[in-house]
Design a protein around this ligand. Structure first.
Ligand code: GLN
Length: 382
């Protein structure tokens, strides 16, 4: 067996969700919405499922979906991608990330990850045989700096994996920070793999800036998106990647051997969503901002040191003023005794990293967040 995987524990989201079930805890751990997305999208998918065909769809994705993805990129950001040659639909953004890492970087070449990082990136990069250099962001402002970029990007760097907005810390990188990254890769061989699955969830009037929209960067980057995130259908497994034709050709060549295609009925449901249901994510963004505020105020009142959450489904809070335990021990005890599950931030670091922060998901109904806060109040304040 590959020791990378045989010695790896079950991922933290599954572990904390299992603990939540065992202790009947309110689950603010694993980041999935507790209300499904638009009924009209389900109706389109259900009809396609009943009427068929239910055979392999086009390898790169059904045409109406690739067209809708191209139209979405144009109408929101003014970005042009050719549906025939510059877009691949994958079975979730996770597959798109895996395909892209394998396709754009050769074994032994270097990739830069920015930590704290979503947990799939490093194992996938390592499985692809890549050498990982790490930029570590520092709390409480988690800013990307020119010095850190300069130290991590070498002449051997072939890719930088950017996640923006950032899971787990809820940062939305500013135009200045993105420009620093663009400047750092401009005269190198490196491309930027930009995971933008939370593109529609930026708060307080922030606008999402796709990395590809920076000067010169459309030809130097690929952009990954997710129907699961945009429409609250995380189980549908429909994601995509867009970029210049040569990179997308290589990515499609991996995709054909990994899953070959994403489920056709869901793809048609998503095509309908991108053309007719874009109010859904825009409304969800407003609701998420309100839920962030509800959770942030509640946690602050209980003594947590809540950090700003600029986007995504997540906020991070320090347990410094509450407990002497490390984040993992605290989260396990909070699930068992306090009846609330969350994710220790150290899970998003390969090693080291702070052990005083906890990630809470607020993509839940208000009553669920209120119940979690009420339980924490009883637990912490008696
Ligand atoms: N993206 C979600 C999170 O960060 C779920 C990840 C997962 O379950 N693999 O919580």
């Amino acid at each position: 067996m590959n020791p990378l995987f045989s010695r790896m524990p079950t991922n933290i989201f599954t572990a904390m969700s299992a603990l939540a079930v065992e202790h009947k805890a309110v689950n603010l751990g694993q980041g999935f919405p507790d209300q499904d997305g638009p009924v009209s999208m389900r109706a389109v998918a259900a009809k396609a499922l009943m009427e068929g065909p239910n055979q392999y769809p086009l390898m790169r994705g059904v045409l109406p979906l690739r067209q809708a993805i191209a139209d979405h990129a144009r109408s929101f950001y003014g970005l042009e991608y050719d549906p025939a040659s510059e877009i691949v639909v994958a079975a979730g953004a996770t597959e798109a990330v895996a395909d892209t890492l394998i396709a754009l970087v050769a074994p032994g070449e270097e990739i830069v990850l920015i930590e704290p990082a979503f947990d799939i990136y490093r194992p996938l990069a390592q499985a692809a045989g890549l050498v990982v250099n790490t930029i570590t962001l520092s709390p409480p402002d988690w800013r990307l700096t020119a010095e850190a970029l300069k130290a991590a990007i070498t002449p051997r760097t072939k890719a930088v994996l950017l996640n923006n907005p950032v899971n787990p810390i809820g940062r939305v990188f500013s135009q200045e920070e993105l420009t620093l990254l663009a400047d750092a890769v401009r005269n190198t061989d490196a491309v930027v793999i930009s995971d933008e699955v939370y593109e529609h969830f930026s708060f307080d009037g922030r606008k999402h800036v796709p990395f590809a929209s920076l000067p010169g960067m459309r030809e130097r980057s690929v952009r990954i998106g997710s129907a699961g995130k945009i429409f609250s259908f995380t189980g549908w497994r429909v994601g995509w990647v867009m970029g210049p034709k040569d990179m997308i050709t290589a990515i499609a060549n991996v995709h054909q051997f990994v899953t070959f295609a994403a489920p056709p009925a869901q793809q048609l449901g998503v095509a309908h969503g991108l053309t007719g249901e874009m109010d859904f994510p825009l409304e969800l963004n407003k609701a998420l901002q309100q839920k962030r505020d509800l959770l942030a105020q509640g946690l602050t009142a209980l003594g947590f040191g809540v950090l700003p959450a600029e986007g995504t489904y997540f906020l991070t809070a320090s347990i410094d003023g509450i407990s002497n335990e490390n984040d993992r021990a605290f989260c396990e005890r909070m699930a068992r005794e306090g009846g609330v599950a969350a994710i220790p931030l150290s899970a998003f670091y390969a090693e080291g990293g702070p052990q005083i922060y906890v990630r809470f998901a607020f993509c839940k109904q208000r009553a669920v967040i209120e119940e979690a806060l009420a339980r924490l109040k009883v637990w912490l304040c008696g």
